[in-house]
Every structure is written in structure tokens, then in C-alpha cells.
Design a protein around this ligand. Structure first.
Ligand SMILES: [Zn+2]
Length: 440
């Protein structure tokens, strides 16, 4: 940014400063874009990251298809622990920095202990330099600076910078961004076009979390604008106002962070995963609908699962596990309790369906086919793990229950029986309790 003169306006303008372009035009610039020697406004790159990103950009400019697989550029903090230290010049911002840290801790399993040289080798060091900026992921041993400059002292802005420090890139750099936003090159300050590059999947691992225009990591609509017009427009105009929010982490941000750091909340016990791969933890007890055909009033099939508290469960740390499951297909049923399997028929069965049962040591495999779609349930008693595999697309979007509706869109996974999507995993899970079932 050295080719432009940056003024701090005397009046305290919320999160922005006035910048004068070389042609004399004055523009407002968010505090995030003030950092010196930064990339995309507020990201600092190591020499290695910079080289790799430059190579990617060059390849894209010249439409060179490179087959070279790049390692994901940002590295994680070990055990999801990010020690921090607030440097003397940032002491005045302690309260707001701590509230941003608390925000991250309340939504993810990432923990931010105060740096203790006896315990930690690396830490993020909050300083007050020009603008707000951070490195991407854990890149140094020892201190790794994160700047909360003048105008950056807001929960959302600090939480955004912490997002970079744990390994987040900007949302609009995602490989799939063109389906959601339009970049208006004509409105970008000359020479700053590279700030709007998108990366390939080798650089950014989205963990299959859907693109979120309301992400805390998304640019605002006029970032790097030379004329006050939008540099980014939403493909769906209804999404325009969500862009650039700095209130806090979005659901997609939270999910992504929890996936990146393998948080227990998403890999806990019992391990729940929807058909579309959205992981979550559910701690309900008794019987729940795992999945069923929801298209017809009378389902073609239905699978229910029973959860019990684990032996090592405490009130502070409540954990459950799957102990039994029931499958019914048409008139046929199979009840599996531990390794005991009881199969039967509720009456006259005319449908040409059958539940196939296979036992191998400590594993029970049930398989049934309905409308050319085959469901396989693999039950490993030792781990209390129930794996479900589906082959065939007949029931895509037609299923419901704890495993979601299998429509390929993780945003719809948490649908309750009345068709509403809830954001809370516990509320979602409870909505699928099988009524009238008794559990001791
Ligand atoms: Zn940023």
C-alpha cells in the first residue's frame, strides 16, 4: 500500500480510515485493509506461502492447468491449543481481545490459554501495529504476531484476525466462489486485483462446508473499491446485505473450524454423521429415528437406534453410545441388540424386499434394497459404531432422521420432522426421538 497516502481521520470513524488515491480521489478504507506489507489487506504470508500463492495466481492468469498438488498452505495449532500473549502496547485492548477469544472458545473446541513459557513453545502475540492483520495458520515457533491496530478494536474484527491465525483464508478466495459472488474488476483499485484471486482446492480445503457469504471471513462489498462502487456483488441479490459482517462467527465458520481442528463436538461419542457427511455429536438417550423414507406417509423402510449413557459418563462430561438398532422394511423387521439378531415378519409380506443378515466375529451386517437403492448397516459392537452406506439415488432428498435427508446439501441436514432446519444439534436430535418407546 506504500504507493498511496493513508490518513487517519481525526474523527473516530468506526473501523475505517480515509485513503487518498494517487488521482486525488478519497476513499474510505476498512481498518482490515490498512496493514503494511500484507496480502489481501490483512493477511501476512511467510515467504514460502507467498511464493506458492504467487505461483497459483500466475498459473491462473495464464490459464495454466497445473497438476502439481499443493499442500494446504496453512498449518494447524497442535491439539487445538493456541496460547496467546497480549503485548504491553495492546494492554488497553485487553477486554475486547479477551471477548473475541471467548467468542471463539464458546463456539469451537479451540482453546486459548495465556502463554506460559514453561508449557508452550509457540503463541500468538497481540500487538498494536498498522492496521489489523495476521498470519495464516501456525507458521512460527515462538511468537507469532497478530496486529490489532487503531480502528480494529472490535470483537468481530479481532475474531476475524484470530480466524486467519488458526488457518482461515478469506471466504471469497474459495475455489467455488464464482457460483455465489461476482467480482467487479472495473471497480477495484488499479494494481489490487490480486486481492480478489480465488485459490484451487489444493490451497484451500473447504472440508465440504458450503460457501457462506455471511462468513466472518468474507470481504465487504466495497473492499478495495476505487470509485465507491461495489467490488463484490452477490449472485443472489438477497444475500448482498450478509456480505462483510463482522458481528461474529457464522454457523459455517464454526463448522469449518471444528472440522479443521477435529473438535470433539463433531467427532464425539456417539459419532454421528449425516448422509452428506456433516458430523455432529448427539447425546440423547433411548430410541431415535436414524433414517427412514419420508416421501410417503407409510415409509418403505425405517431404521431406529438406541443410545445409552456410557459407563464412564459423568454429569460434567455426559457421553452416550449406540447399543441396539431396529430395521423394518415393509412387513419385515430385524432387531439387533448387541450381537443378537432377531428377524421376523409382521404379517403377510408381498413386497419383494428382504433384509439380509451377515455375522462376522464382532460385526453384524444388515442389508436391504428398496427401489434399486441398497442400504448397508455395519454394526461393530466393540466400538459401538454403526456405519451406514447407501448405494443408489432413489431416496436422495427423501430421507429424514438423525442422518439427514441425503440431498447433497449439508445446509438441510438438520431437518426436524416438521421440515424445519434447526441449528442446534441437540434440538435436532431430540426432535427424532421415537415416541412411545420405553427405555430402562
Ligand atoms: Zn482478513
Amino acid at each position: 500500500m506504500s504507493k498511496y497516502v493513508v490518513f487517519y481521520s481525526t474523527a473516530c470513524i468506526f473501523m475505517s480510515v480515509t485513503m487518498t488515491l494517487s488521482n486525488g480521489n478519497k476513499i474510505e478504507l476498512p481498518a482490515e485493509l490498512q496493514g503494511k506489507d500484507t496480502f489481501e489487506g490483512d493477511m501476512k504470508l511467510t515467504a514460502d506461502q507467498f511464493t506458492k500463492i504467487e505461483e497459483r495466481i500466475e498459473a491462473q492468469k495464464h490459464r495454466i492447468e497445473t497438476r502439481k498438488a499443493y499442500a494446504i498452505l496453512s498449518t494447524r495449532w497442535e491439539d487445538a491449543i493456541v496460547p496467546y500473549r497480549i503485548e504491553p502496547e495492546s494492554q488497553g485492548d485487553t477486554a475486547v481481545i479477551l471477548s473475541a477469544i471467548a467468542h471463539w472458545e464458546s463456539k469451537t473446541c479451540i482453546r486459548f490459554p495465556q502463554y506460559d513459557p514453561a508449557e508452550h513453545t509457540s503463541f500468538i502475540s497481540f500487538t498494536k501495529q498498522d492496521g489489523c492483520w495476521s498470519y495464516i495458520g501456525k507458521v512460527f515457533t515462538g511468537a507469532q504476531e497478530i496486529s490489532i491496530g487503531i480502528g480494529c478494536e472490535h470483537l468481530g474484527t479481532i475474531a476475524h484476525e484470530i480466524g486467519h491465525a488458526i488457518g482461515f483464508f478469506h471466504e471469497q478466495s474459495r475455489p467455488d466462489r464464482d457460483s455465489y459472488v461476482i467480482i467487479n474488476e472495473d471497480n477495484i483499485i488499479d494494481g489490487y486485483e490480486d486481492n480478489f484471486q480465488k485459490y484451487d482446492t489444493g490451497t484451500i480445503d473447504t472440508h465440504q462446508v458450503p460457501y457462506d457469504i455471511g462468513s466472518l471471513m468474507h470481504y465487504g462489498e466495497r473492499y478495495f473499491s476505487k470509485n465507491g462502487l461495489n467490488t463484490i456483488d452477490a449472485v443472489n441479490p438477497a444475500d448482498q446485505s450478509k456480505m462483510g459482517q463482522r458481528d461474529g462467527l457464522s454457523d459455517a465458520d464454526i463448522l469449518l473450524a471444528n472440522l479443521m481442528y477435529k473438535c470433539p463436538g463433531v467427532s464425539g461419542d456417539p459419532h454421528m454423521k449425516t448422509f452428506d457427511g456433516r458430523p455432529y455429536t448427539f447425546q440423547g438417550v433411548c430410541w431415535y429415528t436414524l433414517f427412514k423414507d419420508c416421501f410417503y406417509h407409510k415409509p418403505d423402510f425405517e431404521v431406529a437406534v438406541k443410545f445409552e449413557p456410557r459407563g464412564d459418563s459423568t454429569t460434567d462430561h455426559f457421553r452416550t453410545r449406540a447399543v441396539a438398532f431396529n430395521v423394518s422394511v415393509g412387513m419385515e423387521y430385524a432387531n439387533v441388540n448387541g450381537l443378537d439378531v432377531i428377524t421376523g415378519n409382521k404379517g403377510h409380506d408381498t413386497a419383494a424386499r428382504s433384509i439380509r443378515v451377515q455375522k462376522e466375529q464382532n460385526v453384524v451386517i444388515l442389508e436391504f434394497t428398496s427401489n434399486n437403492t441398497t442400504f448397508t448397516l455395519e454394526w461393530a459392537l466393540r466400538k459401538h459404531a454403526l456405519k451406514v452406506n447407501v448405494q443408489g439415488a432413489t431416496y436422495n432428498g427423501r430421507l429424514c432422521g438423525l442422518m439427514g435427508n441425503a440431498d447433497g446439501d449439508t445446509r438441510n441436514d438438520f431437518q426436524t420432522p416438521d421440515g424445519n432446519v434447526v441449528l442446534d444439534a441437540a434440538e435436532f436430535g431430540e426432535s427424532w426421538e421415537v415416541k412411545g418407546q420405553t427405555c430402562e
